[in-house]
Structure formats: structure tokens, C-alpha cells
Ligand binder design. Structure first.
Ligand code: ATP
Length: 251
């Protein structure tokens, strides 16, 4: 389980997350929705240990992401500890963030080989399976710049899965794509959501996608979860006025 307890994150005097409590059960697919600036991406960046909270703790299973347990005493996580724990978490970004100087296959094998210490042949075998899954077997020998945005995003998804993470974080993964490429990437993610037991935490403005893949939708406003529940409840009978306003604005 992912557990945020009383997590506060400030940027200067701006409190982006305000004593946030949040739980995500293993294997669940949770979508974070809410107005721009409500703190959704900040949550994913905290999960990825790219940011540290000002207050509060975040746990993945029985380990803290934010702190090291030194004989019962919690101290803020060192960079080394964060790097170690990050191996359990895959993230796909809006802007793909592929290694431009590496071909597709190597983009996928790089971290399993150099971060996990996986055998090179085993990593390549796994990469080929993943390229098959994302429909890019024919492109394994190309550089990212030779692919469309949608194809690059598929590589980024394969790369995240190559680490066999417990948790997959998806941050507006279709926002940078041309409209005609969005559906293909969303279909792929729907397939992954259906066919794996990976925990997914997803920030998206694609409400139909959120409806399709989510076990739970969390509505954020000003750094707090104001409402959460199954998609059919949030999208058809939201209880909170702010949720109703937000949904009518984005539909
Ligand atoms: N590194 C940073 N330095 C300063 N302010 C930041 C930083 N990162 C985020 N913020 C601010 O924190 C607030 C929340 O940002 P965040 O990206 O988490 O929102 P969001 O809900 O994901 O929004 P969007 O839907 O537009 O992506 C915003 O006001 C943003 O400007």
C-alpha cells in the first residue's frame, strides 16, 4: 500500500499540499483529477522521490519513501536511500524523457542492466517482450528522434515497465501528443491496466480514460483530496460542488 500521512509540501510561501492523507491499495489504479495547480504532479514527484516533503511521511509497503528508519528513529532519506527505493517505482512523463543518444532497445535495457544489475541478455529478452507489448518491435534499432511522439511515449512506457516496478506513475502522458496519437497510447495503458497487477497512479485530463482504467478517482483541490470514489460515482454523481464545477469545465 502507498500511504501519505500528513504530507505538506511548500514552494516558498505557497503551500501546495496541505497535510495530505492518502492511501492507495496494492494493484489498484487510481487517477488524480483536479484543477491546474492543485498539486497532482507534486504528488507523483514526491512518490518518485524527486521531491521531499516539508512535513509528513510517505510509505510504500512497510518502507518509508521519505525517511530512513535508523533503529526505530526516522531520519530524512539520504540520496542513496532514495535511489534504492526508486527502483520500485516507474514513472512516465509528459515529455517522454528518453535518452536521445541511445537506440530504442538500449533505452529499455539501460536501467535494468546498470541500476538493477540484470544480465544483458536477459534484459534484452525482456525489452523485446515489452517492445512486442507496445507494438514497436520493428523500431528497436531506431533512435528516439526517428519515432513519432506516440511511439516515443510507448518506448517510455516499455522502459518504465522494464524495471518491474511495484508502482507505475503516469503524469499526463498524452498531453504532449498530437491528437491523433492519443488514442493509441491510452489503449495501450488500458491493456496494461487490465492485464497486470501493477499499482497505477495516474494524473490525466482525459476523463474517459480515467473512467475506463480507474478503480478509484481522487478529486484534488488546493492540495487536498476533497472527494474520492469509484469512477461511476465521481463522474455521474459527484457530491462536492467543486467536483461538479471542475467536471463541467473539462467536459
Ligand atoms: N519546483 C517548483 N517550484 C515552485 N513552484 C512549484 C514547483 N513545482 C510546482 N510548483 C507549484 O505548485 C503548484 C502545484 O503544481 P502541480 O504541478 O503539482 O499541479 P497540478 O495539479 O499537477 O497542475 P497541472 O494540472 O497544471 O499539471 C503550482 O502552483 C505550481 O506552480
Amino acid at each position: 500500500m502507498i500511504r501519505f500521512e500528513a504530507v505538506t509540501k511548500r514552494f516558498g510561501s505557497h503551500t501546495v499540499l496541505d497535510a495530505l492523507d492518502m492511501k492507495v491499495y496494492p494493484g489498484k489504479h487510481v487517477t488524480l483529477i483536479g484543477p491546474s495547480g492543485s498539486g497532482k504532479t507534486t504528488i507523483l514527484r514526491l512518490m518518485m522521490t524527486l521531491l521531499k516533503p516539508d512535513e509528513g511521511t510517505i510509505k510504500l509497503g512497510d518502507r518509508y519513501l521519505t525517511h530512513e528508519d535508523k533503529g526505530g528513529r526516522l531520519v530524512p532519506a539520504s540520496d542513496r536511500y532514495s535511489r534504492e527505493i526508486r527502483k520500485n517505482i516507474g514513472m512516465v512523463f509528459q515529455q517522454f524523457n528518453l535518452f536521445p543518444n541511445m537506440k530504442v532497445l538500449r533505452n529499455i535495457t539501460e536501467a535494468p542492466v546498470h541500476v538493477l544489475g540484470m544480465d544483458k541478455d536477459a534484459a534484452e529478452q525482456r525489452a523485446r517482450e515489452l517492445l512486442d507489448l507496445v507494438g514497436l518491435t520493428a523500431h528497436l534499432d531506431k533512435y528516439p528522434s526517428q519515432l513519432s511522439g506516440g511511439q516515443q511515449q510507448r518506448v517510455a512506457i516499455a522502459r518504465a515497465l522494464a524495471m518491474r516496478p511495484q508502482v507505475l506513475l503516469l503524469d499526463e502522458v498524452t498531453s504532449a501528443l498530437d491528437p491523433e496519437l492519443v488514442a493509441g497510447v491510452l489503449d495501450l495503458l488500458r491493456d496494461i491496466a487490465r492485464s497486470t497487477d501493477i499499482t497505477m497512479l495516474c494524473v490525466t485530463h482525459e476523463m474517459n480514460f480515467a473512467r475506463d482504467i480507474s478503480d478509484c478517482v481522487m478529486m484534488f483541490d488546493a492540495g487536498r483530496v476533497i472527494e474520492f470514489g469509484p469512477p461511476e460515482q465521481i463522474f455521474t454523481a459527484p457530491e462536492h460542488e467543486r467536483t461538479r464545477e471542475f467536471l463541467s469545465a473539462v467536459r
